[in-house]
Design a protein around this ligand. Structure first.
Ligand code: PAF
Length: 284
């Protein structure tokens, strides 16, 4: 097992990254908010194939939570996270405090204008400004050659990819497949908050997405009628779920489509009590 270097100060991480670069080592970054699961670990393992050193960052970023959201309830497991990172082969972990990342005088934000208006951005209007700002800061601190994100947060991945291209950061941006439980539920740090009954019902979200893909494979193209089928499946198999949205969008531009064409992603968000889950599937 590899030794794990933990940095907390920005200046220490910047110095470490500079030292690694001077030695000719390439760096991959896996930004996380901790409470790591197999989805995060799959990013670390993929990072190790793409770069010499993987820096995992753990920071529950306050600027991406609205005042009514679950910042204080967000799961935290620092020791468990370090053990998992070590076992996955990650070599460096950057764990800053909120005061380190956002000192009192902080007032600079970075926004991606249009991709953030739909889907999650429609329901959480301040969310992506926080995500892009913190990831921009993490990129500047860690100076990665490669950045890895999961497809589970599809819109986040597209927004951050756009930001990386627009800001001319020379970073290989890698989007990795969603990791799922055996019954299809997408892994998420929030799954642990589902009641046993909601946990039983939650795989219906993936069932609905798969039904959409099957319908498209059978030649159906009308988004509204596919959405009806999906809602019927969720209504039947997950009666506790309240669907926030079901959407069909062009993969990269996130433009909504009413007739399913090539490169279409079906996305959804649903609430089980106070637990909000998102998922998506490329259906064409
Ligand atoms: O996906 C997450 O865990 C967060 O949004 C991220 C990318 C680490 C930024 O805080």
């Amino acid at each position: 097992m590899t030794t794990l270097t933990v940095t907390n100060a920005i200046i220490a991480q910047q110095e470490l990254s500079r030292r690694l670069a001077r030695k000719g080592k390439t760096i991959a970054i896996v930004p996380t908010m901790g409470a790591l699961h197999e989805g995060h670990l799959s990013l670390i393992r993929r990072g190790l194939k793409k770069a010499d050193v993987v820096v995992t960052t753990i920071f529950v970023n306050p600027t991406q939570f609205a005042p009514n959201e679950d910042l204080n309830r967000y799961p935290r497991d620092p020791q468990g996270d370090l053990n998992k990172i070590k076992q996955a082969g990650g070599q460096v972990v950057f764990i800053p405090s909120a005061a380190e990342m956002y000192p009192e005088a902080f007032e600079t934000y970075i926004s991606v204008e249009n991709l953030t208006r739909t889907l999650e951005g429609g329901v959480r209007p301040t969310h992506f400004r926080g995500v892009t700002t913190v990831v921009a800061k993490l990129f500047n601190i860690v100076r990665p050659d490669v950045a890895l994100f999961g497809m589970k947060d599809y819109q986040q991945a597209m927004v951050l990819k756009r930001m990386t291209v627009d800001m001319n950061w020379p970073i290989d941006f890698v989007i990795c497949p969603t990791v799922r439980e055996k019954d299809g539920l997408a892994l998420s740090s929030r799954n642990r908050f589902l009641s046993p009954e909601s946990r039983r019902q939650a795989p219906a979200l993936y069932l609905a997405l798969r039904a959409a893909r099957r319908l498209v494979r059978e030649g159906k193209t009308d988004a509204a009628s596919i959405e009806n089928t999906m809602r019927a499946i969720i209504g039947q198999d997950a009666p506790s779920a309240i669907v926030d949205y079901i959407a069909f969008t062009e993969m990269e531009t996130l433009r909504p489509v009413s007739i399913i064409g090539k490169q279409t992603v079906a996305s959804l968000a649903a609430r089980f009590g106070t637990v909000r889950l998102i998922d998506n599937l490329k259906i064409a």
